[in-house]
Design a protein around this ligand. Structure first.
Ligand code: 3PG
Length: 213
């Protein structure tokens, strides 16, 4: 588990923001990932929420190898093998049932399991996960929650995601226990559907310039 944690921490250190993207058309995925890399955001989370999401992960892994592609919205153990086969570098979950935590702990690639409460964070920490997704971050307490948990649980780091945008991201990144933040504001569905890579590139460059605390 320690090796996988170190790999995950190294991925999180690559950029302050992980764009979360829902892709309908996998043929756009490599160019989208290349745009993000070029703008300074080499890590991208592709959500498993569309029929072609695994194809999008596969296309990025094959044709945009400079990007680090994470499989997001993993909600069942059966999706883990599919995401790994498609070429995902790590697994991300919105929340983590005990069964899913078991499966993630046994997976051969790193996982960033989701949590929304102190008890959930503690349970995942006990299982050996040190970098967690806080989701949905804004609705779960935002930067105040993160600052509150830093004292009692100093060994945990977070990637808050959910309800974060360019305006609110700096307050999260200023928290000492935040490794990076995630969100869809860099890759909004409308721009992705329109294939507007120029606009996505501009949003990504602004996000890449955000500073960690
Ligand atoms: C996720 O899966 O992480 C969320 O859908 C992020 O959503 P938001 O950035 O649009 O709130």
């Amino acid at each position: 588990m320690r090796d996988r944690t170190n790999i995950l921490l190294a991925i999180a250190a690559r950029a302050p923001v992980i764009p979360v993207v829902t892709i309908e058309d996998p043929s756009l995925a490599p160019a989208l990932a290349a745009t993000l890399v070029e703008a300074g955001l080499p890590v991208v989370e592709v959500t498993l929420r569309t029929p072609r999401a695994l194809d999008a992960i596969r296309a990025i892994a094959r044709h945009a190898p400079e990007a680090v592609v994470l499989a997001g919205t993993i909600v069942t153990p059966s999706q883990i093998g599919e995401a790994i086969d498609a070429g995902a570098a790590a697994l991300v979950t919105p929340g983590t049932s005990p069964g899913l935590a078991d499966a993630l702990a046994a997976a051969p690639i790193p996982a960033m399991p989701g949590c929304a409460t102190v008890s959930e964070a503690m349970a995942l920490h006990e299982r050996g996960f040190d970098l967690l997704k806080l989701f949905p971050a804004a609705a779960s307490g935002g930067p105040a929650w993160l600052k509150g948990i830093a004292g009692p649980l100093p060994g945990l780091r977070f990637c808050p995601t959910g309800g974060i945008d360019a305006q609110s991201a700096p307050a999260y990144l200023a928290c000492p226990n935040v490794a990076c933040v995630g969100g869809t504001w860099v890759t909004p569905a409308t721009l992705v559907a329109a294939g507007d890579l120029a606009a996505i590139g501009r949003l990504a460059r602004a996000a890449a310039a955000l500073m960690r605390g």
